[in-house]
Design a protein around this ligand. Structure first.
Ligand code: HEC
Length: 427
């Protein structure tokens, strides 16, 4: 073996270690854990998951509401039903800044981290916002990709092993996959961003289809968005560079010294590696079957299908079809009610305060159940004249946040609403 070939193996080895440490260990071990928590089957979580999650959580984003003793402690996090993210290295960060997330309380804005195998950060809060603008919940993005991630990562590790074990031109070409890895990620990520911005359903407000920014700062409605690569992406880039160097060194050495026939020892090592790879994949598969990952994915996809708000009935539709339509409507109504309920709860003033249904369903989602402000600013302190002037201005300027609600309201409706809101401060 010459020096270039040896160096090639060292570089491939470093790339393999980075891949294993940053992605394979956390994603393989954590696979199925979130599903088990959701299904109330915490007892089925293998004990090794806890120290691994706790270890990988060090130095990561922690929800601002998370209790001190629960930070970096998966057991505690589950006990207090905290939002739990996947432990693999986060690759991309997407965050929002908005008036209702003040810098003092939200120094990182409202961040969500994208991983190969899932998400972490303020996913729940972000989903609530996505819901307002009619965007699907974040988990919907890359469902199959994150399901396949552990398998793909194991496969990639096998390719590295193949490269390290054999000196062969043909095996060399596989290096193109790890070299392209960061770009494959970016491609899939961009596709999903496009998908999210172009599969909008009727939310509390309607926005025009758009593609969220992939890198840098942008604006969606009144939110400032930031999107940047984080640690996982730099590790991917390092893996890519090391793989490229390894590939180049190996090609150079093969040119000088064409490959010899592989020895039985090489085959022997490869068979062991293969068995380990198959074993680990089988373990992931067993977990996926047990927690019914595919079933959960199809439920998620069905629940986030873009639903037309009115379903046209034709005269020749059968009884079952009619029943299905009625059921669908009822579901939509319940969904709408639950949405409003949860928003009221968030605003924390159910019962005490009486507001009209018109206010509740049109303005409360953003201005709070009693006008105290939520995503939109406080309205309580404005008097009737200010309210009239401001609403008229918003209407005239076709303000993005209001165009959808104002469209459905007549001038009399608007007048009544303004009169109602003006009484809020006395209640
Ligand atoms: C989707 C969220 C959303 C909905 C729904 C909404 N607003 Fe707003 N509203 C905002 C935001 C955000 C602002 C801040 C200005 C902006 O960025 O458009 C605002 C500002 C206002 C203001 C000006 C407040 C000020 O102090 O300058 C008024 C008045 C107002 N909204 C009235 C209403 C009324 C009345 C309704 C219901 C018919 C309504 N809004 C529904 C989000 C919303």
């Amino acid at each position: 073996m010459n020096i270039s070939s040896l160096m090639a193996k060292v570089f491939a080895g470093i790339a393999l270690i980075l891949l294993t440490y940053g992605f394979i260990i956390p994603s393989v071990s954590f696979n199925g854990t979130l599903e088990r928590i959701k299904d109330n089957k915490v007892e089925n979580i293998p004990s090794y998951v806890y120290p691994i999650w706790n270890f990988y959580q060090k130095g990561k984003y922690i929800g601002i509401n998370t209790q001190k003793e629960a930070r970096g402690n998966l057991k505690k996090m589950i006990e207090i039903s905290e939002e739990i993210g996947v432990p693999s290295l986060p690759i991309w960060n997407f965050s929002l800044e908005a008036p209702n997330y003040p810098k003092e309380a939200f120094p990182y804005g409202l961040p969500v981290y994208i991983h190969f195998d899932g998400l972490s950060g303020e996913v729940h809060e972000m989903n609530t916002i996505n819901h307002y603008v009619g965007m699907a919940s974040m988990e919907r993005g890359g469902v199959y990709e994150s399901f396949l991630a552990p398998y793909a990562l194991i496969f990639l590790a096998m390719l590295f092993m193949l490269f390290i074990i054999y000196d062969n031109k043909w095996v060399n070409r596989f290096m193109v996959i790890p070299v392209l890895l960061p770009f494959i990620f970016l491609g899939i990520y961009s596709y999903w961003l496009y998908w999210f911005g172009h599969n909008l359903h009727a939310g509390a407000i309607t926005i025009k289809p758009f593609t969220p920014v992939i890198l840098g700062d942008g604006k969606v409605a009144q939110f400032t968005t930031h999107a940047y690569p984080v640690v996982g992406f730099w590790v991917l880039l390092a893996i890519s560079i090391f793989s490229l160097i390894a590939w180049w060194l190996k090609s150079k050495s093969l040119k000088k010294q064409p490959s010899k026939k592989a020895t039985p020892l090489q085959h022997y090592i490869f068979i062991i590696t293969l068995l380990v790879g198959i074993g680990v994949s089988a373990h992931v598969l067993k977990t996926d079957i047990e927690v019914d990952t595919l079933g959960k994915i199809s439920t998620l996809i069905n629940s986030s299908k873009v639903k037309p708000l009115t379903i046209t009935e034709t005269s020749n539709s059968t009884k079952e079809q009619k029943e299905a339509i009625l059921k669908e409507r009822e579901n939509q109504r319940i969904e709408q009610e639950t949405k409003i309920k949860s928003l009221e709860n968030r605003a924390g003033s159910v019962g005490k305060f009486k507001v009209s249904t018109m206010y509740k369903s049109n303005c409360a989602p953003c201005h709070g159940a009693s006008g105290e402000g939520n995503i939109g600013p406080k309205l309580v302190e404005l008097n009737k004249d200010e309210l009239t002037k401001k609403t008229l201005n918003l209407k005239a300027s076709e303000d993005e946040m209001h165009i959808a609600v104002f469209e459905y309201l007549s001038d009399t409706d608007m007048k009544e609403l303004v009169e109602e809101i003006a009484t809020f401060k006395d209640q």
